[in-house]
Write a protein that binds this ligand. Sequence first.
Ligand SMILES: Cc1cc2nc3c(=O)[nH]c(=O)nc-3n(C[C@H](O)[C@H](O)[C@H](O)COP(=O)(O)OP(=O)(O)OC[C@H]3O[C@@H](n4cnc5c(N)ncnc54)[C@H](O)[C@@H]3O)c2cc1C
Length: 343
Amino acid sequence: MLPSASDVRVTKETMRIYRSLEEELKTTLLKNYVALHIYPNHDSLKLIEPVIPDIEDAGVKVKVFDSKEAHEVTGLIYDEQEHVIYGEYEYLVSIRKIVGALHRKLNIIYGNASLRINNGNAYAIVGNEELTGDAVVLAAGGWNSKIAREAGIEVPLVTYGTRALAIIGSTRLNKYSISDYKYDYYTRPMGNLLDPIAFIAGDGNVKTSDLRQVRRLTNKSYSNWLIGLMKKRDPSMMISAIAGYSLVEMAYDYEPVIGKVPGVNNLYLIGGFDGYGAKLGPGLAFELARIIMGLNPSIDVSCYDINRFDGYEGQHDIDPHWEPVMLYLPAPNGASPCFYKNK
Ligand SMILES: Cc1cc2nc3c(=O)[nH]c(=O)nc-3n(C[C@H](O)[C@H](O)[C@H](O)COP(=O)(O)OP(=O)(O)OC[C@H]3O[C@@H](n4cnc5c(N)ncnc54)[C@H](O)[C@@H]3O)c2cc1C
């Protein structure tokens, strides 16, 4: 589920980009699975309802089940109050293939970069080299705010840690992409031959910008907690294997940010993708490229414009336990006016 009509539009744009990359690279990048979004009760479902027509307009067929119907279709266990949005389809994207292909095609300088602002111009420093250009784009995900701070500027983003595990087990959870808003975890199929015996599960965000701390917390007790939650849906045997974790970031109002950084002639920012990068990232990168070239965006991207933080007086903080897709829970900081819930 996406939290705003604008996010649905950008995701359509992203899908167009993935499809054209599939054609260009002559390979499959997208695999579809059924998505289950589990809501704790009917009231929470009501708050999600405005999203459904926009998603259907974008080509995703949706069914709404009560707990009994959902159990019959999926075999999972639900409390009586719960409701499920069953979406055909959600896509798994092979980001690794895309990044690999782009790295082969582009002239990449590998190294740890820092940012320098001198006389209102931005420079990237890699090793001993100072690089500049008509545009310098800060696109370092969970490291954006640190890099900006070290260059003496503030960007409206807060870093946090997020974690996921590979789960081994032949369960009814394997074949779905599940967002469980009652117990606060998600699952994703592996997208390969391991699907019958394994899947990915995650969530439980951590308020830190220290990657080592995220790694420390991706431990046995995290695994026990996550597996314990999933066993409420299917009590089958599950064990955790390889752990994944990283830093990600959210903007103060929980919508991504693109545009020219105020006060620096040639510095642009794209970030704040939270757990959405695969959906909104390529679409917004395409639009930012148009903006940098002096063209009009091809869709309305005003919800993401960095200028919305000019004169911003709200909190310079986020709660990483509240994610935009949790439309049914009150948003900290009021959140973006673009979100359905704030309309
Ligand atoms: C465990 C986990 C599960 C996730 N699941 C999903 C999901 O199911 N769906 C989804 O849409 N999103 C998911 N996400 C979120 C997604 O990964 C992010 O939204 C996305 O990666 C953000 O893209 P980005 O390009 O802004 O940043 P990133 O992908 O983080 O890219 C930033 C890059 O900049 C590099 N970098 C940082 N600092 C420097 C420096 N100083 N010099 C040079 N390079 C630097 C980093 O190494 C990194 O490669 C998940 C994230 C995690 C951690």
